[in-house]
Design a protein around this ligand. Structure first.
Ligand code: ADP
Ligand code: NI
Length: 222
């Protein structure tokens, strides 16, 4: 087994263990789906499969929602893990750059992802926030974070900065307008765009049906 395969396998085992108890939509199954999607997109787009695979596995390790002492621009857990693996500095900084920029930070906050490998991982992560699984993850996230499913009095907002997005008291259904339904047009690879179409349609159909059922018999519509 070569060094890269061994590092990848060790990282798979490490993440499988790290995310095993997560109940917020960042469980190992999410990481694994993103890893498989990212591998697929990387092949189609001729991206570096090692950087893509490692970044996909580690992309949520330092997520702000899971880190008590989150500081933007720092990925202490991923950094430590990559250092322990003995990965070279150049590859390490490519991976850390991706992990640091992968998160969605608000509707009007521009995505800053300069590398092909980063675009691949970001597309893969966002595909898992769309479609049947994306809908389920949003509902689970809302329940775990004690958010209302829907409240017609609380209007959705398109956020201009990360802090406001992070602290917004919104509803799960609003999250569709604040993030989920925006993702299709932000796909950055051809393969990601293609895979997003069907998943986006399902999310859109779900939201339309949701309003139809919620407002059944009432004059008000969204
Ligand atoms: P990802 O891991 O795909 O980057 P996030 O970390 O932003 O996604 O969130 C994990 C999952 O929970 C995603 O499917 C996302 O759409 C959903 N989610 C995030 N924030 C909210 C929210 N405020 N309300 C409902 N669902 C949310
Ligand atoms: Ni993720």
């Amino acid at each position: 087994m070569n060094d890269k395969n061994e590092m990848m396998l060790k990282t798979i085992n490490y993440c499988q263990d790290f995310f095993k108890d997560d109940k917020t939509g960042h469980d190992w199954q999410h990481i694994h789906r993103v890893y498989l999607l990212a591998n697929h997109i990387a092949k189609e787009e001729n991206a570096d499969d090692f950087v893509v695979g490692m970044s996909a596995l580690l992309h949520d390790l330092d997520d702000w929602k899971l880190s008590e002492n989150y500081v933007e621009g720092q990925c202490p857990k991923a950094n430590l893990w990559l250092t322990e693996l003995g990965i070279d500095e150049e590859t390490k900084s490519q991976i850390l750059y991706i992990i640091d920029n992968v998160s969605f930070k608000g509707a009007h906050v521009k995505t800053n992802m300069a590398t092909l490998e980063g675009k691949v991982v970001q597309d893969a992560d966002r595909l898992d926030a769309l479609g049947a699984i994306g809908i389920a993850r949003a509902i689970i996230y809302g329940a775990v974070h004690d958010r209302a499913l829907f409240d017609p009095e609380i209007k959705h907002q398109l956020h201009y900065d990360f802090k406001t997005y992070q602290n917004a008291k919104s509803t799960t259904i609003n999250h569709f307008h604040e993030k989920i339904l925006l993702l299709k047009d932000r796909m950055q690879t051809k393969t990601g765009k293609k895979l997003a179409e069907k998943r986006h349609r399902l999310a859109e159909l779900y939201i339309d049906e949701f309003y139809e059922e919620w407002f059944f018999g009432q004059e008000t519509t969204q």
